[in-house]
Design a protein around this ligand. Structure first.
Ligand code: MG
Length: 165
């Protein structure tokens, strides 16, 4: 199923290493020996989870259907124009971001605002393209991967707590 997920992302103009780059940028300040290869591995792990796959399938399908003008009105216009008050794309992305705990929520908020890397590219590419869901799905996957890395690496305050400091 991971191959299918990678292919689906690629069809929508997103490569796994681009998501991994966002994860790397989010976590490099906290995990000194972090590598891009490890980030790719963690992103792949996130994509192996069924709830992530279901969210990705749902959001990508809605983007494609909107591109093909096959959605019922007014949903067609809302998704096609990425209506400012339509927050269901963010809800789907947040659903992914939260799979490894609330650390993912913070990263998702940051990515939603700053739109770094491929997220910015998706958000900018709107000529004959609908990426209303895809930018949030990518932000969700990157945020979940960043949260997983943060949990695996632990943190100084937890280590100090373990030592009774
Ligand atoms: Mg969006």
């Amino acid at each position: 199923m991971i191959k299918e997920m990678a292919a689906l992302l690629q069809e929508r103009g997103v490569y796994l290493h681009e998501i991994a780059q966002i994860v790397y940028d989010l976590q490099k300040g906290y995990v000194p020996d972090l590598t891009l290869e490890y980030c790719v591995e963690v992103v792949t792990g996130v994509l192996s989870k069924r709830e992530v796959q279901f969210a990705l399938l749902t959001g990508a399908a809605l983007d494609v259907l909107a591109e093909e003008k096959k959605l019922p009105s007014p949903l067609q216009e809302i998704i096609q124009k990425d209506h400012l008050l339509y927050g269901i794309d963010e809800v789907l992305g947040l659903g992914i971001a939260n799979i490894y705990g609330t650390i993912g929520t913070t990263s998702f908020g940051y990515l939603d605002k700053e739109k770094i890397g491929v997220i910015g590219k998706l958000n900018f590419n709107k000529i004959n393209k609908v990426n209303t869901f895809m930018d949030d799905l990518v932000a969700g996957i990157a945020s979940a991967a960043a949260a997983k890395i943060a949990h695996n690496a632990g943190c100084l305050c937890c280590e100090n707590a373990d030592k009774g400091l």
